[in-house]
Design a protein around this ligand. Sequence first.
Ligand SMILES: O=C(CO)[C@H](O)[C@H](O)COP(=O)(O)O
Length: 230
Amino acid sequence: MDKEEQDKLKKQAAIKAAELVKPGMKLGVGTGSTVAFLIAELGRRKKEEGLNLAAVVTTSSRSKKQMESYGFHVDELKAVDQLDLTIDGADRLAANFDGIKGGGGALTMEKNVAVNSRKIIWIVDESKVVDRLSGFALPVEVLPISCEQNFKLFQAEGLQPQWRLAGNERFVTHYGNYIIDLNIDPIPVPSGLADYLDHTVGVVEHGLFLGMCDEAIIAHSNGEIEDRKK
Ligand SMILES: O=C(CO)[C@H](O)[C@H](O)COP(=O)(O)O
C-alpha cells in the first residue's frame, strides 16, 4: 500500500472514531499521523458544532499543540481523575487486541494515559492488523544513566537491539530518555517479554500494550470501515 492510500485509510478510521466522541467527555488523545486526522476532525466539530469536552489530555506535545490550535484546553494527566475514552493510533494490532505502540516515541505517556482511561479505541489502517504481533520492532524507552548496560543485556538475550536515531543522533523522548528498538519478529510470547521488560532496571516503558485496547476502528482498502470490538 502506498503512503497516499495509507493516509486515506488513516483519515477514514479517524473520522469514524471522532463520531464516538460526545460532548462533555473527558477525552484522551493519542499521538501520530492517524491521530492528527482525528484532531482535525474534532477541531472541525468544535468550530461547526461547538463541541465542548469536560477535559482533554494528550499523549505528546505535538498533539497538545494541535488540540490547542483548535481552541481546546489541554489538561495534565495528573489533574484529571479518570478519562472516559482515549483514542490513539497503533503500530500493530493482533487478533487478540494486543498491540505494539511507540513508533512515534510517545509510548510512556501513551501507556499512562491508557491505564487511566475507562475505554480505549485504536484507529488503524488494515496494514497494521496482524494475526500475532510481528512486522514492527518493539520500542523500549530506557534511562540514559544505564542505557549502554541495557543495550548489551538485550544483545546478550538475543533481542536484536537497535538505537532509535533522529538524524545522526540518538532519538530523545519527551522525558529525556532513549529508545532501543528490539527486532524480534514475530514476538513469540508477548506476555513473557512484557514481564521481562517490566522487571528490567533502567527500562522506563515498552511498547507492548497487552489487553488494553477495547475497540479498534480499522479502515480497509476495499472501502469497509470496520468497528471491531474485543
Ligand atoms: O504509538 C504511536 C506513537 O508513539 C502511534 O500511535 C503509532 O506509531 C501510530 O502512528 P501513525 O498513526 O503515525 O501510523
